[in-house]
Design a protein around this ligand. Structure first.
Ligand SMILES: [Zn+2]
Length: 270
């Protein structure tokens, strides 16, 4: 019985890795529509959006003629997913870590999402923490402050807290000059009261963690130069100082060589 089971497992293993069965989603209308036409499960579509949202703005970047190639789609966990457009290629490969969790990593063995900076600037002190009630110095009323205020010198550079896509970049009333960055599907960070925006920064621009997006100022409803920094998870504001932020995952050193040779073989087969 055990021998038979082993044989069965071996057969399954080889048939799923050697066959490199592939399905292509050709974008003609939308990812959802075209995936359905290619008989790709809804679960795989949500996985694609979750994984690739760190590198692709699904509302703006997807064009007719772009493709997603799904390798080994026998189950719900493909061995590789590759996005190809006229401008770029993003490829991820499955890997099961020591905790038995399957995730997707790029050819260098890193997850597409970066870690977050704990603070997005060099600050002097925290002038106001995340709190349910704070006496507002200008409005003279008690109101929640669901953000962290970092006091800093005027024109101190402000950095993108993690890799992401610029969602808003404009003057927004009390917030003054503000930048919103979308990080994957769940996170948004906001930076307010900026003196000015970094040059060349546009809605839809991709930014890397640590890139300068603007400079500390006191625009909007503010009593002095500081950065008002918000962290949103699934639309709700969270405390940036205590929230457990995602950390970039890496393929373990001992598995990296094997992981990369498998990834290269898949890319060669395209
Ligand atoms: Zn604030």
């Amino acid at each position: 019985m055990r021998k038979y089971l082993l044989l069965l497992i071996t057969t399954l293993f080889f048939s799923s890795t050697n066959a490199l069965e592939r399905v292509t989603i050709n974008i003609t209308r939308s990812l959802n529509y075209d995936a359905q036409k290619a008989h790709i499960s809804q679960k795989t579509v949500s996985n694609i959006v979750r994984i690739f949202s760190w590198k692709i703005d699904f509302n703006k970047d997807l064009r007719k003629g772009d493709r997603f190639i799904i390798i080994g789609n026998r189950g719900t966990a493909p061995s590789a997913i590759i996005y190809i457009s006229g401008r770029k290629r993003v490829a991820v490969f499955s890997y099961i870590d020591k905790f038995g969790q399957l995730n997707y990593y790029d050819i260098n063995g890193k997850s597409l999402y970066s870690s977050f900076l704990r603070a997005p600037l060099k600050y002097k002190r925290i002038s106001s923490k995340f709190q349910r009630k704070r006496f507002h110095p200008i409005l003279k009323t008690w109101r929640p402050h669901r953000a962290v205020d970092y006091s800093a010198n005027r024109n101190t550079p402000v950095y993108a807290a993690a890799d992401g896509i610029i969602q808003r970049r404009k003057y927004i009333g009390a917030l003054g000059n503000a930048v919103y960055i979308k990080h994957g599907i769940n996170y948004v960070t906001a930076y307010a009261h900026l003196a000015k925006f970094a040059r060349g920064l546009r809605v839809g621009s991709k930014v890397k963690k640590g890139k300068v997006i603007g400079y500390v100022g006191s625009t909007g409803r503010s009593t002095g130069p500081h950065l008002h920094y918000e962290l949103r998870y699934k639309g709700k504001r969270k405390n940036p100082l205590t929230w457990r932020l995602p950390k970039q995952k890496k393929v373990s050193k001992s598995d990296l060589k094997h992981f990369q040779s498998r990834a290269k073989a898949i890319l060669r087969s395209l």
